[in-house]
Design a protein around this ligand. Structure first.
Ligand SMILES: O=C(O)CCC(=O)C(=O)O
Ligand SMILES: [Fe+2]
Length: 387
């Protein structure tokens, strides 16, 4: 059965709930509260007339000293808090056996995009500076230092989590940092405009896929379902896989190994999720009405399939409703939202899962990413494998 046949299985889009969820994930972030001095001891305003001058001074100055000390401590704590947001890189772990019971397990950790870190630190820095430094000359107007970046929105702050969707199937939420997403888009654009770049594959019967495609490493022919050195329609050789893409795939796999080792009771992490260094990649661009039918990825070499080497997939831009399941029946599939920056991995026991993209959720790409790159409405997906 070919992809276009599967495509017909899909029902009309129902995307509002995903739009909502995407907004929650990207937008609802705790706002920085204004700084407040807490636990400040109130100033003692009345002094006893019967005491000595020293005691009087002590009664007035003592609380003042404590107040100043408290203010300093509070400021220090607030500053440390800001720094902590930045340095809080360790995963805080949830229950590890959930996925054995058929539920997705999640490992949470905060990730702050670099711009957000900067913003938090600059805000505090500025506040501290204005409090401390007196104006040297009252007649001299000192401009605020020029900020070379526009203020970032709260959408920059996202939570990095990992979900175990099945044995050997891990979803690293918001894993790809903002600047790497930008680099991936610009690299794909550069390669995609050259020989072997993006095209819209079709079938002999005239049907076209609901996505644009570019292959890296080897060409994948959706019509013949085979890999080759050159593509049939224009004899172009696919561009090579950029090294930075390979490194990011390996990093995501290393990270998943660490999470599995720390949180799941598996005998051998390399069996649960074998490692690999990819040599082929299909880059898909799904416009707003894009999709891909329910299918298995099973056309790599027998060696690669026997070793159950994982498929690693990056999502950038608009979110996608992704379906997956052990059975061919799409009605029994589970659904998960893939958002910009997510990395989905399925290897080991999950290497042969059925999967597909049911719908793209319009207007869900992070606005800053669109501003920075000019990415068209839709979703960029890079799916890596070892041939
Ligand atoms: O876009 C995706 O997330 C899935 C792509 C896919 O399944 C494929 O290229 O084989
Ligand atoms: Fe696939």
């Amino acid at each position: 059965m070919n992809s276009s046949t599967y495509d017909e299985v899909f029902t009309p889009l129902s995307v509002n709930k995903f739009k909502h969820r995407a907004r929650i994930a990207l937008g609802n972030c705790p706002k920085q509260k204004p700084e407040m001095a807490q636990n400040v001891i109130p100033l003692q305003r009345e002094a006893s007339l019967t005491c000595s001058v020293e005691e009087l001074v002590d009664q007035i100055i003592g609380p003042l000293q404590r107040e100043v000390a408290n203010l300093i401590t509070c400021s220090k704590l607030k500053l440390e808090e800001a720094l902590n947001i930045r340095s809080h890189r360790e995963a805080s772990i949830s229950t590890c056996d959930l996925y054995n019971a058929g539920l997705a397990t999640s490992f949470k950790k905060k990730q702050v995009y670099p711009s957000k870190n900067l913003k938090v630190l600059q805000t505090h820095h500025e506040q501290q500076e204005t409090k401390r430094i007196p104006k040297p000359f009252s007649s001299t107007k000192i401009d605020k230092p020029f900020d070379i970046c526009s203020p970032q929105t709260s959408e920059d702050l996202v939570e990095e989590t990992a979900l175990v969707l099945g044995p050997g199937m891990i979803l690293l939420k918001h894993y790809i940092p903002f600047l790497e997403q930008v680099n991936i888009i610009s690299k794909c654009r550069e390669l995609g405009c050259g020989p072997g770049g993006f095209y819209r594959p079709g079938y002999n019967d005239g049907a076209k896929l609901h996505r644009y495609m570019m292959c890296l490493g080897l060409d994948w022919n959706p019509q013949t379902k085979s890999y080759g050195e050159r593509r049939c329609h224009d004899n172009a050789a696919p561009p090579l896989l950029p090294n930075e893409f390979i490194s990011l795939v390996c990093r995501a796999l290393d990270h998943s190994h660490t999470l599995i080792e720390r949180n799941l009771k598996v005998d051998n992490v390399n069996d649960a999720l074998p490692k690999m260094s990819p040599d082929v990649c299909i880059v898909n661009f799904y416009p707003s009405n894009g999709r891909v039918g329910f299918h298995q990825d099973r056309y790599e070499t027998q060696e690669s399939l026997d070793k159950r080497l994982p498929v690693v997939s990056f999502s950038i831009g608009d979110s996608a409703e992704f379906l997956y399941g052990e059975q061919r029946d799409v009605n029994k599939a589970k659904s998960v939202l893939l958002e910009s920056g997510d990395v989905l991995i399925f290897g080991g026991e999950s290497r042969h899962i059925y999967h597909g993209v049911k719908a793209i959720v319009p207007d869900t790409a992070p606005p800053v990413l669109l501003e920075k790159t000019g990415l068209k409405p839709g979703r960029l997906n890079l799916t890596f494998r070892k041939y």
